[in-house]
Design a protein around this ligand. Structure first.
Ligand code: PGA
Length: 246
């Protein structure tokens, strides 16, 4: 399977003109990549960028609400689907830090799967949890609560992003050994929760200070199925250099 590279633009750039420029530069640069490329811009840029989206770049979103109706400020999955969003990042640590719980994350993942959108479900430990040897415990509880009630049929559609919080935006990515350990642990945990062949279809990707120099090793050495670059995805040259590794 092609490596999946999901660009998380977060709350950037500050104008649509810059977003369009970045999107077009990445689209041009991505013409030869062997990766599956998804760009997740801020919500309000999605309609404008959807009008200029072309292969191989796909659009995604950084979050979505699990219902429609009287929910002031929320954006539903159906709203996003109209503009061609195929993937939605769910449970990013920066959302969790603002109060998003495992319970809400679980509802959002279910809503994505029910609506044929692929959730990119983010999990990861913080620095202190790692230091105290609690990484596995944290990953297991995030997986257990986030995946509650998800059927063995639907589980195969999922993307899980291992994003150690201490590596995000720091310039210090996780060692490939540690990323490999987390990858193996996530796979093992999934087999504890589910039986059947579908869990082999779950894609596990890595995020946290990825760049053109370390991108390939997360795939080759840590066995990841893709990457979730943040900072590097805001620089067309750097992001295209990542894409061109594949
Ligand atoms: P980073 O962000 O690549 O800037 O560390 C990754 C993320 O938060 O998804």
């Amino acid at each position: 399977m092609k490596p999946l590279i999901v660009a998380n633009w977060k709350c950037n750039p500050s104008t649509f003109a810059e977003a369009e420029k970045l999107f077009l530069a990445v689209s041009r640069g991505a013409s030869k990549t062997g990766a599956e490329v998804v760009i997740c811009p801020p919500f309000v840029f999605i309609p404008g960028l959807s009008a200029i989206t072309k292969n191989p770049v796909k659009l995604g979103a950084q979050d979505a609400f699990f219902q429609e109706g009287a929910f002031t400020s929320q954006i539903s999955i159906n709203i996003l689907k109209q503009f061609g969003c195929k993937y939605i990042i769910i449970g990013h640590s920066e959302k969790r830090a603002l109060g998003e719980t495992n319970k809400i994350i679980n509802k959002k993942i279910k809503a994505c799967l029910e609506n044929n959108i692929i959730p990119v479900f983010c999990i990861g430990e913080n620095r202190q949890e790692r230091r105290l040897g609690k990484t596995s415990k944290i990953l297991k509880s995030q997986l257990k609560e986030g995946l509650k009630g998800i059927s063995p049929f639907n589980i195969g559609k999922l993307v899980i992003a291992y994003e150690p919080i201490w590596a995000i935006g720091t310039g210090n990515a996780c060692d490939t050994d540690k990323a490999k350990e987390a990858n193996i642990f996530i796979k093992k945990t999934l087999t504890d929760f589910y039986s059947g062949k579908n869990i082999q279809k779950v894609r596990i990707i890595y995020g946290g200070s990825t760049n053109p120099d370390n991108a390939l090793s997360f795939i080759k050495d840590a066995g990841m199925d893709g990457l979730l670059p943040g900072g590097a995805s805001l620089d067309a040259k750097k992001f295209v250099a990542i894409l061109n590794k594949f």
